[in-house]
Write a protein that binds this ligand. Sequence first.
Ligand code: DGT
Ligand code: MG
Ligand code: MG
Ligand code: MG
Ligand code: MG
Length: 280
Amino acid sequence: MANSKFEYVRLFERPDSLLLNTWIVVRIDGRGFHRFSARHGFTKPNDQRALNLMNAAAVQVVKDLPDITIAYGVSDEFSFVLHRATTLFERRESKLVTTITSTFTSWYMYLWPQYFPETPLLPPLPTFDGRAVCYPTEGNLRDYMSWRQADCHINNLYNTTFWALVQQGGMTTQEAEDKLKGTLSKDKNEILFSQFKINYNNEPEYFKKGSVVFRDYQDFEVKDLLPQHSKSSTSTPKEKSNSQLEKGKKLAKKTPVVVEHVDIIQDEFWVRRPWILGGR
Ligand code: DGT
Ligand code: MG
Ligand code: MG
Ligand code: MG
Ligand code: MG
């Protein structure tokens, strides 16, 4: 029933619920962080404080939204994966994207002084954009995650070599850029090793692999959550009873959210943690 003659304006709103039974990835990315990182004196190529801060904000987002099953972060970006069975916010795209993006941004601001005690936050203040993409199969989702991690590796190898040439090799940034133009991975590895005695393989996993954020269930707890899972990607996930869903939520709330710097391209990570893509 209409409350007022103005209410018809709601008809102009566009429904935006995301396709059912698909993995929803919300990726956020810092706006203008090239400038932001310079203004706040981030170390190059990787600032440990800045990455720790990104991870801490992401952990809070994952804790806040149990439907996020895994998140992956590198540089000024984070990808949050919502389980394909999620019904959070009726899967409305704008509500999901804006909630995740603003929750992350608020925590980033709030936690800043803990990670940068000597660096006051200066305007333009950190802001993040966000987008959602639906992936219909587990394979597509795994490829998405692999894409981001491969990107992390490629950029880190480039940045590590670039800044070695500048900081230790005395080159200008232009000279370093020219030197690296058209080089392959093996060339960069060779430059690092022969000129700077740096074995790229021994660089920190943190920088080479990026950050994987997930709930670290113990096996005995997770057994309960798995048997309903249908392997077939053509059927929708089976309905669970309310009490089962409540139990799952409680378990999620008390399970620690961890940050690891590990390979997510190979199968091992996923096989050892069946609750990330299974369950519900
Ligand atoms: P955008 O995203 O289009 O608004 O523009 P940007 O400037 O954020 O560009 P983007 O997201 O492609 O690249 C991220 C920038 O953030 C890049 O210029 C390097 C900077 N950045 C991220 N992490 C670090 C760090 O640990 N240390 C330093 N020095 N810079 C970083
Ligand atoms: Mg960009
Ligand atoms: Mg950015
Ligand atoms: Mg970025
Ligand atoms: Mg409201």
